[in-house]
Design a protein around this ligand. Structure first.
Ligand code: SF4
Ligand code: SF4
Length: 80
C-alpha cells in the first residue's frame, strides 16, 4: 500500500532591485511568467506592489538580468 503525505507550506518572497545597476533592457519584464516587472519612466525596473501573491519564486528574472540587478530572497516553512 502506498501512503502519501501532503505537506502544506507558507512562503515569503522579497524581490530586491538595484536601480543603479539596472540598464533598462526589459528582459525581466519579458521573462517573468507572472508579469510582475515593469519599467518606470527612467527605464528602471520595478516589481508591482502585490508581487508576493503571484511570484512563483522561479528566479527567472534574477538569472536573466545581464547586470545582476535583481535578487530573489525566499523563505519557505511548513504550515503548523
Ligand atoms: S522569481 Fe519568477 S515569478 Fe517571481 S518575479 Fe522573478 S521571474 Fe517573476
Ligand atoms: S533585466 Fe536587469 S537590467 Fe534589464 S530591466 Fe530588468 S533589472 Fe534592469
Amino acid at each position: 500500500m502506498i501512503s502519501t503525505a501532503v505537506v502544506q507550506v507558507d512562503f515569503h518572497v522579497d524581490l530586491d532591485i538595484n536601480k543603479d545597476r539596472c540598464i533598462g533592457c526589459g528582459i525581466c519584464v519579458d521573462v517573468c511568467p507572472s508579469n510582475i516587472w515593469f519599467l518606470d519612466e527612467n527605464k528602471k525596473a520595478y516589481p508591482r506592489e502585490d508581487y508576493e501573491q503571484d511570484c512563483f519564486i522561479c528566479h527567472a528574472c534574477a538569472v536573466s538580468c545581464p547586470v545582476g540587478a535583481i535578487v530573489v530572497r525566499e523563505e519557505v516553512w511548513e504550515r503548523e
